[in-house]
Every structure is written in C-alpha cells, then in structure tokens.
Design a protein around this ligand. Structure first.
Ligand code: RIB
Length: 303
C-alpha cells in the first residue's frame, strides 16, 4: 500500500506582525523568515513521518528546488515532482504574537498540472492505495475521477475552501478532513456559535455525514479538538494543550498523521490521538514544514 499526495508546494514568506494589516493600512513587520510550505508539501512531510510509503506529485518552479529536497529529507518520494520554468507557488503569511496567521496565496507552478501528467503519475498506483488531496492545485476533478476508476482510497482536505470544490466529484471521497467553516460551506448548514455550541457541532457533523453518506469524516474544532465519525462510531479527541508559537501547518500535520496512521492499520481512535499529539507539537514550533515532528517525538510526547 502506498500513499500518493497530489498537492501544492509553496515557498512561505512569513512576516511577524503586531496585528494583521487592515484595509488601507501600511504596517512594518518585525522580521521575516522563509520556510517550505504548501498544504500539499506539509501533508506529505507529515504522511512520510507517520511511517507510510509516501509519494508526492506536483510542480516546482525555478525558485523551488529546495522544496523537493525537504520532502526527500522527510522520507517522501519525489519522482513525480515536475520542474517547470517560471515562479514557484508561494504564500505571504502574516503571523500575530498569539500564533494566529492569515495567508495570501500565489498559485504559480501549483496551478500548471496537466491531464497527461496526472495519467502518468496515476499509472504507478493501484486499488487500495491512498490518494490525498487539498485545494491548492488545478485538475483536481480529473485526478479524483481517474483515481476512483482505479479503486484508490480518496482523502480530501477541502482547504482553502472556494467555489471550485462544488465542481469536484465529492461522492468519491472516502475521507473528509475539514474544519467547521469548510463543513458549513460544504453543506450550506446555518451555524451560529454560542452557548449551544456542542449541539450545533453535532448537527454540523451529521449534516456532513448525511451529504456524504459513504464518507468517513474528521471535523476539526480548533481549541475544542476534533471529532471522527463513520457509520459505526463517533470519537471526540480533545486537543493536547501546549504554548502556541505558530499555528501554520497544524491542520496539515493532523491530516498527515491521521491518514498515515489509518493507512498503517491503526484504529480511528489511535489515529486521532496520534494526530492530536503531532499537531500540538507543530503549533509549539515556528514555520510550516519545519514544525512537523518525527514519529518518535509524537510517541514520546506527554509520557
Ligand atoms: O496550511 C498551511 C499552508 O497553507 C502554508 O504552508 C501555506 O503555504 C498555505 O498553503
């Protein structure tokens, strides 16, 4: 069994700011750092570190060679990364002192996938292999259709959420990993936060499951942890509390370790526990890909 993550590779330009820049405002950042990132790359690093055989497919531009090196160092195969002329995809990330961020994306090489490339990559995978997707590349519908024909297990993290998601063959998705806003957008569910939060969260989860009755769902709830649901069980996983340094890639770390653990044959409960610990370690560190822990760090965490 192999895991193919068809996804973005970004150069993250991270600026530490007192507060996010407002409309019409000009502010100075306290410093700037460059990290490897992209939801695709981050999830591949986490998948590889969780211990499954991970293949990353995608494109890098002329300035992105170090991204392939970082994936290789993490243990992912990079044979299906194509070098293209022009600029790599990148992200401009503002980070506040409380660790929260806001992100502006430039697609660049991430949006130049072709159907020919997709066919070539998928010819190396078979029934029972995992396909992991986010929403930062082009040709996602085509990738899903071809992967479904082959009998691959399809995982979708519909992030960043936009209207293109509704054009994808979502009925083919075996696992959704999504946050409350993505769940609400996907289902059209009217959700207001307040005292009845727990009841509404359950309703939201039920709405996702009834929209996609064949899918297993992981709903992430920020400080309230996450919930897994399939046809037989519902599991609530609280967060592991740590001092928050940088939340970038916390969700990607969760996704990679959760799916990696499931693919290794662990139960959903065990996979949720491992993913929660891995993402706690990630938020306690700076950067996207560099914050993702090794598997032994995850096992040792909190002992
Ligand atoms: O999920 C975090 C990632 O989102 C960052 O690494 C950035 O590149 C954006 O894709």
């Amino acid at each position: 069994m192999k895991a193919l993550n068809y996804g973005s590779l970004n150069i993250d330009f991270v600026y530490n700011v007192e507060h996010f820049v407002r409309s019409g405002e000009t502010i100075s950042s306290q410093n700037m750092a460059i990290f490897a990132g992209g939801k695709g790359l981050n999830q591949s690093v986490a998948l590889a570190k969780s211990g499954i055989d991970t293949w990353h497919a995608g494109n890098i531009g002329e300035d992105g060679e170090f991204l392939a090196e970082i994936l290789q160092k993490a243990g992912a195969h990079t044979d299906f990364i194509t070098r293209l002329p022009g600029r790599n995809g990148h992200a401009i990330i503002q980070k506040q002192p409380n660790g929260q961020n806001c992100i502006l994306l430039y697609g660049g090489s991430n949006r130049q996938n072709t159907k020919i490339q997709v066919d070539e990559v998928l010819s190396h995978f078979e029934k029972g292999d995992y396909l992991i997707l986010q929403n930062e590349i082009n040709e996602i519908s085509y990738i899903m259709e071809r992967a479904h024909e082959k009998g691959m297990i399809i995982v979708l993290n519909p992030s960043p959420m936009d209207e293109k998601i509704f054009t994808y063959p979502l009925e083919y998705v075996d696992y959704f990993l999504l946050n409350e806003i993505e769940a609400k957008d996907l289902t059209g569910f009217c959700y207001s936060v307040g005292e009845v939060r727990c009841i509404e969260t359950d309703e939201l989860l039920d709405a996702v499951c009834s929209h996609f009755p064949k899918s297993k769902v992981v709903l992430t709830l920020g400080e309230y942890g996450s919930i897994y649901k399939d046809e037989k069980q519902k599991i609530h996983q609280p967060i592991v509390k740590v001092p928050v340094i940088d939340t970038t890639a916390a969700g990607d770390t969760f996704t990679g370790f959760f799916i990696g653990s499931i693919a290794k044959g662990l139960s959903p409960k065990e996979a949720m526990q491992i993913a929660a610990k891995a993402s706690a370690i990630a938020v306690s560190r700076q950067g996207a890909a560099p914050s993702i822990p090794e598997l032994n760090e995850v096992y040792d965490f909190g002992r």
